[in-house]
Design a protein around this ligand. Structure first.
Ligand SMILES: [Zn+2]
Length: 304
């Protein structure tokens, strides 16, 4: 069966909006790692994955389709490092709009109405003032430029992810909100004690970010699955009514040769994710070390 005939047979998920669905208590499976899979296909460490949206669009579309087939109902565009500031490091900042547009369009075509498409916005790789040289206004401008390209290419929401610095998260959410009226998700990376590497806890993050207008908040990446329980404890106190996100890594990495191998397999990951959903997580997926197999295991586990 072709994608075309599936679209004809299946109602478009977007007929009822994402916010309305979340408010009604629906749970959404997001996708898992993108970078891990691209590296397995030969992406050089340090090379911008966003270039592949133009150079190897089929490979990116295949990853999206594999996640949707596994059960993902929100997929993230391959634009994590697509801000002008990050692309500048690879000398590709002139292609910012091109890479983001291509990434959004690839995800939309692959989704074909079977999943919501999130325009992915990750950290820009520069330290903010006073520790680094990046001004808040400069960061907002760069994130707004990326968000605008994603929004104009038809994504359903914007997802600011893997943030560790609260000021950078503020800049990214501010830029996303400035660029469009789309719902904005934000997930930060928390470590032991439910704090980011820069010492920010969930409550402090929410006090700062929520007034900017968030549709969902939570954690992604980070140091293993146990951290998620601590994050949920804090979310329950700080934001009982806001939809929660959990998109953790597949456990902790071990280096085997020059490869990072994660210590949690699909079955255990699915068990732990089901427990997080039972505690109220509405958007669940995987980050580093996960794959479509992990998402399929969760889908099987929660449909029981
Ligand atoms: Zn990760």
């Amino acid at each position: 069966m072709t994608d075309g005939s599936q679209i004809g047979d299946t109602p478009d998920i977007r007929e009822k909006g994402l916010l309305e669905r979340l408010a009604g208590g629906e749970t959404f499976l997001a996708d898992g790692a993108m970078g891990t899979l691209l590296m397995a296909q030969g992406l050089e460490p340090g090379a911008p994955p966003e270039e592949w949206n133009v150079a190897y669009p089929q490979r990116i579309a295949d990853v999206h389709r594999a996640y949707i087939a596994a059960g993902s109902r929100i997929i993230l565009s391959n634009t994590f490092g697509g801000s002008r500031i990050k692309l500048k490091r690879a000398g590709m900042d002139a292609r910012t709009a091109e890479f983001n547009r291509a990434g959004a369009e690839l995800a939309r075509e692959a989704a074909g109405g079977r999943a919501f498409v999130a325009g992915d916005i990750g950290p820009c790789g520069e330290m903010m003032e006073p520790m680094g040289g990046l001004t808040f206004a400069g960061a907002v401008d760069a994130f707004a430029e990326q968000a605008r390209a994603l929004a104009e290419s038809g994504v359903d929401l914007l997802w600011v992810e893997t943030m560790m610095d609260l000021e950078e998260a503020r800049a990214a959410v501010t830029g996303a909100r400035r660029a469009s009226d789309l719902p904005v998700f934000c997930s930060m990376t928390f470590g032991p004690g439910g704090r980011t590497i820069m010492g920010i806890g969930v409550r402090q993050a929410l006090e700062s970010l929520r007034p900017l207008g968030l549709a969902a908040f939570g954690a992604n990446c980070g140091e293993g699955l146990d951290v998620m329980d601590e994050v949920l404890d804090q979310l329950r106190d700080a934001a009982p009514a806001l939809p929660w996100i959990a998109k953790p890594n597949a456990g902790l990495p071990r280096m085997i040769g020059d490869k990072a191998v994660y210590d949690v397999g699909p079955q255990l990951f699915a068990e732990r994710t089901a427990a997080l959903i039972a505690r109220g997580v509405q958007v669940a997926g995987g980050c580093c070390g996960s794959s479509p197999e992990f998402i399929a295991a969760i889908a099987r586990r929660i449909s029981k």
